[in-house]
Design a protein around this ligand. Structure first.
Ligand code: SAM
Length: 257
């Protein structure tokens, strides 16, 4: 990965890997000059190049050609994932990123079962996991992990989150946004029926914690336009539910499969 703006010089110019990435290449991978590498800026651009120099001060790549194929999904998705025990939230991030999620919003809810709301250190760790997962799945955009929100704060930010989740997809007749609340009590087949409709431009998916959303939280989400849908008759762990919903949504309305 390279910092934003590193491709400005175009073909033949040198781009420096980020410090973290350069150290990883040099120390963990024992990479050497002359190797062919693929470098991306996390904002959608990827180049093929060859390593020009490997120094403790940094790793430089001579840029060859920009890759023109499409990797990022046209349908943009934001998963509002209830915060839960650390490892569970981290596994949720790792599972959703290869599927193509655009944005993950950590939700601090009544049943989050964490001793204190996530702090800046925790957030940085999640963002590092997101960068790593994006790199391993050859994504060109690193999905944004938002600052954690409570449900009342989410209500205020919702229009912004729905609008900001990335470039819009879909035709002129497509609904702008479909907001889904994953709900173990929703009617069987509710998600499948909804997916038979035309693709919207954006999809928001709310996932509860291990204990589920409190009734008042579910009501507030419903009031904000979230439609309760089922993922089937079996109860999934919170770390799995968002990824499975994404797979179904991007399988039908996006480019998975
Ligand atoms: N007893 C809790 C309940 O009924 O809500 C179980 C919560 S489940 C372990 C964690 C979250 O994953 C749920 O709040 C929901 O958002 C989602 N989920 C899990 N299985 C689901 C299913 N079959 N249908 C819809 N959502 C599901």
């Amino acid at each position: 990965m390279v910092p934003i703006g590193a491709f400005a010089g175009g073909s033949g110019s040198l781009a420096r890997l980020t410090e973290e990435e350069g150290r990883h290449f040099r120390v963990a991978l024992r990479g050497a000059a002359g190797e062919t590498v693929y470098v991306f800026d996390g904002e959608g651009t990827e180049w093929k190049g060859s390593v020009a120099s490997v120094e403790p001060a940094g790793v430089a790549v001579r840029l060859g050609e920009q890759l023109a194929d499409r990797v990022e999904p046209l349908l943009t998705t934001a998963v509002l994932q209830a915060v839960s025990r650390d490892e569970s939230f981290e596994q949720a991030i790792e599972a959703m990123i290869p599927l193509g999620v655009t944005r993950i919003v950590p939700l601090v809810v009544e049943r989050s079962a964490v001793p204190k709301p996530p702090d800046a250190k925790r957030l940085e760790r999640w963002r590092r996991i997101a960068r790593e997962a994006a790199k391993l799945s050859w994504r060109r955009v690193v999905p944004c992990i938002d600052d954690p929100l409570t449900i009342p704060a989410l209500e205020e930010r919702l229009a912004c989150i729905a609008g900001e989740s990335g470039p819009a997809a879909g035709g002129a007749e497509a609904a702008e946004v479909v907001s889904l609340l994953l709900d173990t009590r929703a009617g069987p087949g509710s998600l499948s029926r909804l997916l038979e409709g035309p693709a919207p431009r954006r999809v928001l998916i709310a996932v509860g914690p291990e204990g589920g959303f409190a009734p008042a939280e579910a009501e507030r989400l419903a009031g904000a336009g979230f439609v309760s849908v089922s993922l089937g008759p079996r109860i999934l762990r919170t770390r799995q539910a968002g990824a499975i919903a994404l797979a179904l949504v991007l399988g039908r309305w996006g480019d998975l499969g």
